[in-house]
Each structure stands twice: as structure tokens, then as C-alpha cells.
Design a protein around this ligand. Structure first.
Ligand SMILES: *Cc1c(COP(=O)(O)O)cnc(C)c1O
Length: 379
């Protein structure tokens, strides 16, 4: 069978249903399974927290798309992150996190994991030397987001993998912004890929989900043990929605990238915009690394508005086709003010974002309509 991404997205883990021939994995909306005599499991399934056929289809699909050996699907991206923390860390261990991490990831370390004795510090992961300087004796994980949220910073995955491994730490890459269609961290040396499948993988703003994918089957087993022990699994319908979304990931992503690139050009030339963050722009500090490790530059664009916070909020309020809302990665375009919305929990910390920043999730609507809306919103 062809191993190209587009083919795997549609077929990996999704053979026709053996019972009926259904070409799409059915939604196995079931909690328990009849046993043929005590312990006689028909398909290996006994209880749907431990495993469910629809979730298995998604988990196998995700592993194939990331080029990993084991995929695990969770109730949300943060549930996936939490499972990883509690599998990989014990009190006293240390984690390096990026200085522009997703707000919820930052909150998980600062407000939850810290109470359980996990130590963390932030580093500018776009500078491999800064990651090296942040390592401690008990650093077990180096956590990276590339492109990062909301400033679209780029981290050289292969370079940071070498530094982490040199210190006996594992490299975790949050691949939510890129998706495996644009970037495959495991092939670049990462140990764990994290996803909020809520975003590009689901792609239609109709499901909340998360995933982990690993190359090491032993680590995969440990994670599966914790996934079952803690229980924040993806339900069958949610797993099915993500599987359905993934089938069109490649074609959606091509359009997201094309539209975002035009949006970034428009913003760069606009007099009301003081700075544009998009790795596809030649002037972006991570452009060369992004060009090396990504197929294209993604659908997220952030920018700063002349006139400060009030002006940035006004742009968000005036947008019409760009819907004012949190989240990202759906077919519809979204606009938001990170300082007051997605990243409000990072206020006053090293991860605070500029108050004149606006973030766009550029959807797959008509390019002309999107550009016209932004032009009118900028005034
Ligand atoms: C949304 C997001 C998460 C958290 O995922 P949820 O599905 O909302 O729990 C983690 N990382 C990034 C980069 C995100 O955008």
C-alpha cells in the first residue's frame, strides 16, 4: 500500500467493518462487551475506558500520520498533556517549557503540576543554546511548541532534540499548529508528539479532543496504562469526528496555508499594522528553520496593531467574516485578542503577550472575502 500522507489519512486504522462492510469505522457507542465465557474477549475489548473500537481506529490512524508506533486519544489536548506529565514525571523532576507556550499548558505546569512537586522553568526554545542553559540535573522533559501560540515562534526540532537527549531528557513537541501534514516531529528526533485534535485534526470546530503519539512502544505502554488509570479518554463519537476530520486534513491545510500567506502579505503592507508574525514571511526570524522542517507555513497569523490595546480590541470587534472567538484550526476564520482571551491566564508571568496583539486562525473561505474583511476591520 502507498504510504503517502493523504492515503494514510483516509485508510490507516480504517479497514472496512468486518461485521457489515461499512467503509467508515462505525461509532461503537458502547461501554461493555459480551464475553464468550469468563475472559473470552471477541475483539480484545472488555470495557470502553480501556479500549473502544472507534477510538482504536483513531489511535492507529494518528500513529500512522505522525510516523509513530503508538497513538493515544484523549478527551482534550490538556487531558493528553496531563497524562504525559503524570507518566513521565515524579516530584522533584524538572521540565523546560517555552516562553510562549499555549496558555493552558502554562497553567497546567504553574497551577497544577507545581503543587505536586514538579519543577519547571521557561526558556526561549527558538534558541537551542537557551534550552541548553535551562537544563538541570533532574530535567526529564523539554517541551516545545512550533509554531508557537500566539507568537508563531519556530524551534529547530532536530537541534533541540540533540540537546535534550544529551542531558537524558525527552523532547515533547506540541504539533497542534502544524499538524502532521506539515511537520513530523518524531522523524526529526522528538520522543512525544502532543495534539489538541480540537484544532486542525478535527478541523470543523465541532469536537474537543487530544492525542499523544510516541515512537517508543514501551513508553506507549506506560502512557496507555496511565490513560486507562486516569480515564480521560476520547468518547466514541468524538473519536469518530476526529477521524472524519483527518480524512480531509491535507486538502484543508493546503488552503489554510495559501490563505494565511496572502493575509500575512496584506498585513505586512498595512499602515495600521506594526508587526506581523508568520513563519512564511522572509523576515520572520524562524523562516529558514520553518522552511527546513515544515512542508508549508500553516494557517495561523498574529499581528500588532498601531494604537495599542484599544485599537487591537477594536479590530477584533469590527471583523465580520472573521468570527470573534477562541480556538483555531477550523474551516471558518476566527479572530481574537490573546491578552484578554486565550492567554489571559499568562498575565503578569514571563509568558504575558503584547496587549496590542491580534491572532487570526485563517480559514478556508474565499481569499478575496477574507482580505476584504480584514481591510475593513483595520479601518
Ligand atoms: C488548544 C491547544 C491546546 C489544548 O488543547 P484542548 O483540546 O483545548 O485541551 C494545547 N496546545 C495548543 C498549541 C493548543 O492550541
Amino acid at each position: 500500500m502507498t504510504e503517502s500522507f493523504e492515503t494514510l489519512a483516509i485508510h490507516a486504522g480504517q479497514e472496512a467493518d468486518p461485521a457489515t462492510g461499512a467503509v467508515v469505522p462505525p461509532i461503537y457507542q458502547v461501554s461493555t462487551y459480551k464475553q464468550d465465557g469468563v475472559g473470552g474477549l471477541r475483539g480484545g475489548y472488555e470495557y470502553s475506558r480501556s479500549a473502544n473500537p472507534t477510538r482504536t481506529a483513531l489511535e492507529e490512524n494518528l500513529a500512522a500520520l505522525e510516523g509513530g508506533r503508538r497513538g493515544l486519544a484523549f478527551a482534550s489536548g490538556l487531558a493528553a498533556e496531563d497524562c504525559l506529565l503524570r507518566t513521565a514525571l515524579v516530584p522533584g523532576d524538572h521540565v523546560v517549557i517555552p516562553d510562549d507556550a499555549y496558555g493552558g499548558t502554562f497553567r497546567l505546569f504553574a497551577k497544577v503540576a507545581e503543587r505536586w512537586g514538579v519543577e519547571w522553568s521557561v526558556a526561549d526554545t527558538s534558541d537551542p543554546a537557551a534550552v541548553g542553559a535551562a537544563l538541570r540535573d533532574r530535567t526529564k522533559l523539554v517541551w516545545v511548541e512550533t509554531p508557537s501560540n500566539p507568537l508563531l515562534g519556530i524551534t529547530d526540532i532536530a537541534a533541540v532534540a540533540r540537546i535534550a537527549h544529551g542531558a537524558g531528557a525527552r523532547l515533547v513537541v506540541d504539533n497542534t499548529f502544524a499538524s502532521p501534514y506539515l511537520q513530523q516531529p518524531l522523524a526529526l528526533g522528538a520522543d512525544v508528539v502532543v495534539h489538541s485534535t480540537t484544532k486542525y485534526m478535527g478541523g470543523h470546530s465541532d469536537v474537543v479532543g487530544g492525542a499523544l503519539v510516541v515512537g517508543d512502544p514501551e513508553l506507549g505502554e506506560e502512557l496507555a496504562f496511565h490513560q486507562n488509570s486516569m480515564g480521560a479518554v476520547a468518547g466514541p463519537f468524538d473519536a469518530w469526528l476526529v477521524l472524519r476530520g483527518v480524512k480531509t486534513l491535507a486538502v484543508r491545510m493546503d488552503r489554510h496555508c495559501a490563505n494565511a500567506s496572502r493575509v500575512a502579505q496584506l498585513l505586512e503592507a498595512h499602515s495600521q499594522v506594526t508587526e506581523v508574525f508568520y513563519p512564511g514571511l522572509a523576515g520572520h526570524p524562524g523562516h529558514e528553520v520553518a522552511a527546513k522542517q515544515m512542508r508549508a507555513f500553516g494557517g495561523m497569523v498574529s499581528f500588532r496593531v498601531a494604537g495599542g490595546e484599544d485599537a487591537a480590541v477594536a479590530v477584533c470587534d469590527r471583523a465580520r467574516l472573521f468570527t470573534l472567538g477562541e480556538s483555531l484550526g477550523g474551516v471558518e476564520s476566527l479572530i481574537e485578542h490573546p491578552g484578554r482571551m486565550t492567554h489571559a491566564s499568562a498575565a503578569g508571568s514571563a509568558l504575558e503577550v503584547p496587549d496590542d496583539l491580534v491572532r487570526l486562525s485563517v480559514g478556508i473561505e474565499s481569499q478575496e472575502d477574507l482580505l476584504a474583511d480584514l481591510t475593513q476591520a483595520l479601518g
